[in-house]
Design a protein around this ligand. Structure first.
Ligand code: ADP
Ligand code: ASP
Ligand code: MG
Length: 400
């Protein structure tokens, strides 16, 4: 078999951990498989690099950020290859560029356009374990790019897809995908299987166990994706097609997204073209707007509220100042988004009601709501985030 294994930050968080990973990789190779490994930076490393940059600037140059951030993964990939060689295995480390990972030019959240796998394939053929630095690629202009936070998951899935690997294993610090973040709710249960669509929603709503775009890519390329722990040998969670899952609970999981901030524009002119102008500006600044609420207009003006990722708030402020679209602008980063997800919702009514009642019983005010076929999201005050997750987890009978 050809197996792609990705090891996240905590899995390579120290030299001892890298040694443990080397042993796991070696064992997979010994069992007769070809192995391609994708690694993250040591845990905390990427955050530290961002802090370094923020010491000088709140809105640092994105090109330079990519050069800076890609360095963390370079370190771990080289160290793992060195460790494997020392154990007597043929191993070669590669950066994103060396691995042929071509991306578009949107620095710090680049999209993979294609992967030229020739070099990887040649190295595998020569008997090497190929170790690739995750989270990074190269633009058509030869600039280093990174794939957004948690992007090593995407590197692994994209490489697995391009190589038509038999399996892509994402090794992390939890046994698999749980009904909610087990750090918030110890009663969370591990799911044996979850559909691509549900995982996609959970990930995009804050369950960082898998990066959103990696799930999107896995679905598109039909990658056999498994998440499991690098700290034990427990069975993980299989992310697969909906038809491969027999039992479909109404609600499969609860997610919490802390990386949220709200922008409120007061007294925006209530006339055609204003919303277009505002959201065009945000889109040109590469900001991902999520929930949008426009109040009923009054006296030719209205209020407009929307949410953006908290780490894009500074860029949002710059964009709003340039636009000058309203009388005043308020920013609030003391909010979070809590969501419930389940394919079973499609065929059940009254699911949303339970969520609203549950939060009301806890005295939590819902400030914004959005729904889709398989999810319900609510914006609430940040201080209630974990309480809301636990209450919803219990209300939908997910407690183990
Ligand atoms: P890595 O560094 O290996 O990529 P991450 O920290 O990105 O690991 O993701 C793993 C973390 O995701 C877990 O430690 C857990 O706290 C969190 N998490 C959030 N939601 C879930 C969930 N539904 N199931 C499992 N883990 C979750
Ligand atoms: N090191 C990067 C991050 O912390 C990418 C990753 O770990 O997947 O976001
Ligand atoms: Mg991650």
């Amino acid at each position: 078999m050809l197996i792609v294994q990705k090891y996240g930050g905590t899995s390579v968080g120290s030299l001892e951990r890298i040694e443990a990973v080397a042993k796991r990789v070696a064992k997979t190779k010994d069992e007769g498989n070809d192995v391609v490994v994708v690694v993250s930076a040591m845990s905390g490393e990427t955050n530290k690099l961002i802090e370094y940059a923020n010491y000088f600037s709140k809105t640092p140059n994105q090109r330079e950020m990519d050069l800076l951030l890609s360095s963390g993964e370079r370190v771990t990939s080289a160290l793992l290859a060195i460790a494997l060689s020392e154990m007597g295995y043929k191993a070669v480390a590669m950066t994103g560029r060396q691995a042929g990972i071509k991306t578009d030019t949107s620095h710090t959240k680049a999209r993979i356009e294609n992967i030229d796998t020739q070099k990887i394939e040649r190295k595998i053929k020569d008997g090497n374990i190929v170790v690739i630095a995750g989270f990074q690629g190269i633009t058509k202009d030869g600039e280093v790019s990174t794939l957004g936070r948690g992007g090593s998951d995407l590197s692994a899935v994209a490489i697995a897809g391009a190589l038509r690997a038999d399996l892509c294993e994402i090794y992390t610090d939890v046994d698999g995908v749980y009904t909610t973040d087990p750090r918030i709710e110890p009663k969370a249960r591990k799911l044996e299987k979850i559909s691509y669509d549900e995982m996609l929603e959970l990930a995009s709503l804050g369950a960082k166990v898998l990066q959103t775009r990696s799930v999107e890519m896995a679905k598109k390329l039909n990658v056999n994706l498994v998440t499991r722990s690098s700290f034990n040998n427990n069975e993980g969670t299989l992310i697969t097609k909906e038809e491969n899952i027999m039992e479909k609970p109404v609600v499969s999981g609860v997610a919490l997204d802390r990386n949220q901030a709200r922008v409120t524009l007061r007294e925006v002119k209530d006339k055609p073209g204003i919303a277009a102008e505002i959201f065009r500006k945000l889109s040109d600044s590469n900001i991902n707007v999520d929930m949008i609420i426009q109040n009923v207009g009054h006296d030719g003006v209205t209020n407009l509220g929307f949410t953006v990722p908290e780490n894009e708030l500074e860029t949002t402020k710059v964009a709003m100042e340039e636009l000058d679209a309203s009388k005043s602008v308020e920013y609030d980063s003391e909010i979070v988004k809590v969501s419930i997800v389940g394919v079973g919702m499609k065929s059940h009514s009254g699911v949303a009601c339970i969520a609203f009642e549950t939060l009301s019983k806890e005295g939590i005010n819902i400030e914004m709501i959005s729904t889709s076929e398989i999810k319900i999201s609510m914006v609430i005050a940040a201080k209630y985030g974990e309480l809301a997750v636990r209450a919803l987890h219990s209300a939908y009978n997910l407690d183990g």
